[in-house]
Design a protein around this ligand. Structure first.
Ligand SMILES: Nc1ncnc2c1ncn2[C@@H]1O[C@H](COP(=O)(O)OP(=O)(O)OP(=O)(O)O)[C@@H](O)[C@H]1O
Ligand SMILES: [Mg+2]
Length: 375
């Protein structure tokens, strides 16, 4: 039987764990046409939750269309328009009323249109003369969608990418278009770190101010253990409570890592899974990661590398300037510690989880963290 622990992207609601509360909230927001901003740490399950939501919408009585676009590869407003147009074409099939109108509209942009020879997905190439023309095209595309008298939800994943566009007015443009549309609901999705940084750097006029925030945390221990047991048992596998507990503890219930570990355990084939099977899979995953971990070492100074190890050995650190932490790991002054933490956060190797009470630092990649603990 196929491995039920999905490690690529959303497959079905049977293989999707919990997120019921967030899902209901997002459904309500969609129905009420409330724009949303979805944030979490990396690899916590944002993209999958959007796809889960879209799946639910497609099954519901609500006549709501969905468009998903991931803009992580986009470098400019041109790319953004291209991705939006392609995602729209994918979402409205030809030979439907909107599909036909859409095709006419797209053709009016005089693009070169081709189809990916593997996936069959449409691919567009549009040439512009001026910046004005681009903005006009983007606006027309939103207007076109808004004028269909259909409720459409548009999810823009990896939204922080627009910060790197050469066009610095992208936020302002989007804000204007979004405010002018009536039948479009937007979901902006991205890593907590970057979207939060944007929110604070634009305090006067934050782009996300008028959106509802949905923040994804870890899946609860109860939900995740029930889920793991169910998927295993349904496929004729037994697993001990102790083994499940070890999985959730070792991966810190960070979705991506928990899924990876369960996937490996399942793939290894044991029908009576004990804590020893789990430990063996943990070893495998650390071994698999090693080549990449050693690359990190090349990228970092000795001080940075040792600092990362220090945080890994602590698991998580709340007070990076506390003398106990500094002394134990030979880090030096509080300001040196702050500088190191900052540079490692910048590289994405360290997470800083900011709450009202404290900032907690941990190694972002759970497998790397576990591997470093033992150095
Ligand atoms: N609720 C869930 N149940 C089961 N698997 C999940 C769930 N949520 C996410 N996953 C799996 O965990 C992995 C990470 O999820 P996803 O890619 O959605 O995270 P993300 O927050 O979008 O990450 P990134 O910050 O890298 O974009 C994927 O393999 C996904 O299939
Ligand atoms: Mg994602």
């Amino acid at each position: 039987m196929e491995n039920p622990f999905v490690i690529k992207s959303y497959e079905s609601k049977e293989l999707f764990c919990d997120r019921e509360e967030e899902l209901q909230l997002m459904l309500r927001n969609c129905i009420n046409n409330t724009d949303m901003t979805l944030i979490s740490q990396r690899r916590m399950g944002k993209t999958d939750l959007i796809l889960r939501l879209f799946d639910e919408l497609s099954e519901s009585q609500q006549e709501i269309h969905t468009i998903y676009l991931d803009i992580s590869v986009s470098r400019s407003i041109d790319d953004f328009i291209k991705l939006l147009a392609e995602a729209t074409m994918k979402s409205f099939q030809p030979q439907t009323s909107i599909g036909d109108k859409l095709m006419t509209f797209i053709k009016s942009l005089r693009p070169q249109l081709s189809f990916d020879n593997i996936t069959g997905d449409p691919q567009l190439q549009i040439t512009y003369q001026t910046a004005h023309e681009k903005e006009y095209t983007l606006r027309s595309l939103f207007e076109f969608l808004d004028n269909q008298d259909e409720h459409i939800v548009i999810a823009i994943d990896e939204f922080q990418q627009i910060r790197d566009y050469p066009e610095k007015n992208m936020e302002a443009l989007l804000r204007t278009y979004i405010q002018q549309t009536h039948h479009l609901t937007f979901i902006f999705c991205g890593s907590k770190k970057h979207l939060m940084a944007d929110i604070f750097s634009n305090e006067k006029d934050p782009f996300y101010n008028s959106t509802a925030f949905v923040s994804l945390d870890k899946i609860s221990e109860v939900s995740y253990s029930t889920f793991i047991r169910k998927l295993m048992n349904e496929r004729g596998r037994n697993i001990t409570d102790e083994a499940i507990q070890f999985i959730l503890e070792w991966t810190r219930r960070h979705t991506y890592y928990t899924q990876q570990l369960c996937h490996t355990i399942y793939a290894n084939g044991s029908t009576d899974i004990t804590i020893d099977d789990v430990k063996q899979a943990c070893q495998q995953l650390m071994k698999q990661g090693e080549a990449v971990f050693l690359q990190y070492r090349q990228m970092l100074t000795d001080k940075q590398w040792n600092y990362l190890i220090a945080v890994a050995k602590e698991g998580c650190v709340q007070q990076i300037t506390a003398s106990k932490f500094l002394k134990r790991h030979n880090i030096g002054t509080p300001s040196a510690s702050r500088r190191l933490a900052e540079s490692l956060c910048e590289k994405g190797l360290l997470n800083d989880d900011i709450t009202l009470e404290a900032t907690t630092y941990s190694v972002g990649d759970v497998f790397l963290s576990r591997w470093m603990e033992r150095l």
